[in-house]
Design a protein around this ligand. Structure first.
Ligand code: ATP
Ligand code: MG
Length: 440
């Protein structure tokens, strides 16, 4: 789809967007910019979503004022970003993002040009050339994301056939797909996210280059890929995203060690485990329950971790040490691709450690384990293992389910009834026994 220089303008009488559907703060920002003598539009996801009858997640504003000019108009303004400079207008907990319209990033003479910079693969490293609204529309990703709403005339401007694409439920890149993916490979992930979120199809020309270009994701900073995976996993469509990412060869770029396992023919259990985890995540999100990213990443790295630990044990390392080393190795390998912040990897470590300890329940152990901060997540993790086919853990899972329903005395009885076989095993069997004291 090519962008046009003359937009199709849909007047107020012909669209269903009213000011009431926008955040009052976004409207304030639009009027302040307009009264300051600038052009300003709501653009992107919020217009697209309202046209589709979905409640917008956030409100993005674009203007011909430069970041410095925006800062002068708003006291509550912060300038952010390097690769892409933006203004954040802060209203308590709500942030309205205001971008300056971007222009062409003449890649041929970008040498020495400080405002725009591309890599050898055509990836845009910096993009701060300002331009007109027509140019701004051309460098947005999908036609459905290039619709602009103005408070000057309350019309919607469509530069790239976005209205038709919305009617046809079609995700299509603006411009030449391969060039656009090379400029920013994350657009491949965005195509998947919008297709599942909006229940649309990816247009053939936008779909076909992905399989071949997926390795370009390797050039994206791991911190940005973490942000993108989080959006893919926490938007209530994680299961569908997971399946489509695998189908399009994108998942292997994000979690290569897991994909290697899932791609094997006899890995039905592993595939079911990951898919079930995402299905559960979606169910929780869609009923407004809390989801911890630590759980998701713990699940995604669980099989790579177990394989690595088994491999280390084969080399003669003790079970405990192998598990510890495998955790460090798997986490640091993963950080090369997807930089999961420490607060989540710490949680994942806890969940993994507790998996190893769930069957040691005698004495005070069950009680103490149940007080651990990540205990509930670890119990859910055990249920997931059983649910996806680890039947040998069924008895243990049932025991914990009952334990959590009992009062203190019921719990004590359960521990007593564990019987001889679950008595604590002597942990330090290799330690030399202390010699009994001699009387003489
Ligand atoms: P949502 O907020 O629901 O995830 P969105 O479309 O608003 O969807 P944002 O990431 O908030 O997505 O971006 C706002 C707009 O900025 C997009 O609609 C699109 O026009 C433009 N945009 C964002 N990321 C890119 C990109 N990588 N390449 C080109 N344009 C982009
Ligand atoms: Mg948005």
């Amino acid at each position: 789809m090519e962008a046009k220089s003359q937009p199709q303008i849909i007047p107020r009488s012909e669209h269903n967007i009213s000011r009431k559907q926008f955040s009052p703060n976004a409207i304030k920002v639009l009027y302040r910019l307009k009264d300051g003598g600038y052009d300003a539009y709501l653009v992107g996801g919020c217009i697209r979503d309202i046209l589709l009858g979905i409640e917008p997640k956030d409100f993005d504003v674009v203007t011909n004022a430069t970041p410095e000019e925006i800062k002068r108009l708003f006291r509550n303004c912060r300038l952010i970003g390097r690769r892409f400079r933006l203004a954040h207008i802060v209203f308590g907990r709500e942030v309205i993002e205001v971008a300056t319209m971007r222009g062409h990033h003449m890649s041929t003479n970008s040498e020495g040009d400080p405002t725009s910079k591309a890599s050898e693969q055509g990836q845009l490293l910096r993009d701060n050339v300002y331009g007109t609204i027509e140019e701004d529309a051309q460098r947005r990703d999908f036609s459905i994301n290039a619709l602009y709403y103005s408070v000057k005339d309350f019309g919607v401007r469509d530069f790239a056939g976005g209205i038709d694409a919305i009617k046809a439920r079609r995700i299509e890149l603006i411009g030449d797909p391969e060039t656009r993916y090379r400029e920013d490979p994350v657009r491949m992930l965005r195509a998947v996210r919008f297709a599942t979120k909006l229940d649309m199809d990816i247009a053939p020309a936008t779909l076909s280059p992905i399989l071949e270009l997926s390795p370009l994701l390797g050039n994206i900073p791991p911190a940005r890929l973490f942000e993108e995976t989080l959006k893919l996993f926490l938007n209530g469509k994680a299961e569908a995203n997971f399946l489509m990412l695998r189908e399009l060869g994108l998942f292997k770029e994000l979690f290569p060690s897991l994909e290697e396992i899932l791609a094997q023919e006899n890995s039905e259990f592993e595939r079911r485990f990951v898919q079930q985890m995402f299905a559960n995540t979606d169910a929780r999100i869609n009923s407004n329950k809390k989801v911890t990213p630590a759980f998701i990443y713990a699940a995604l790295l669980w099989f790579p971790l177990r394989n690595r630990a088994a491999h280390l044990q084969q080399q003669g390392i003790s079970e405990y040490d192998a598990f510890m080393q495998a955790i460090s190795q798997v986490l640091s390998e993963n950080a090369q691709r997807v930089a999961v912040p420490k607060r989540f990897t710490l949680g994942a470590r806890d969940i993994w450690h507790i998996q190893q300890r769930l069957d040691r329940r005698s004495g005070q152990r069950a009680y103490r384990l149940s007080l651990q901060p990540k205990f509930k997540a670890s119990y859910d993790f055990l249920l997931l293992r059983v649910e996806s086919g680890e039947t040998e853990q069924q008895t243990l899972a049932d025991w914990w389910t009952e334990y959590l329903q009992q009062d203190v005395s019921g719990q004590k009885d359960m521990v007593k009834n564990l019987g001889q076989k679950d008595r604590p095993k002597r942990r330090y069997r290799n330690k030399p026994r202390r010699k009994p004291k001699q009387d003489t």
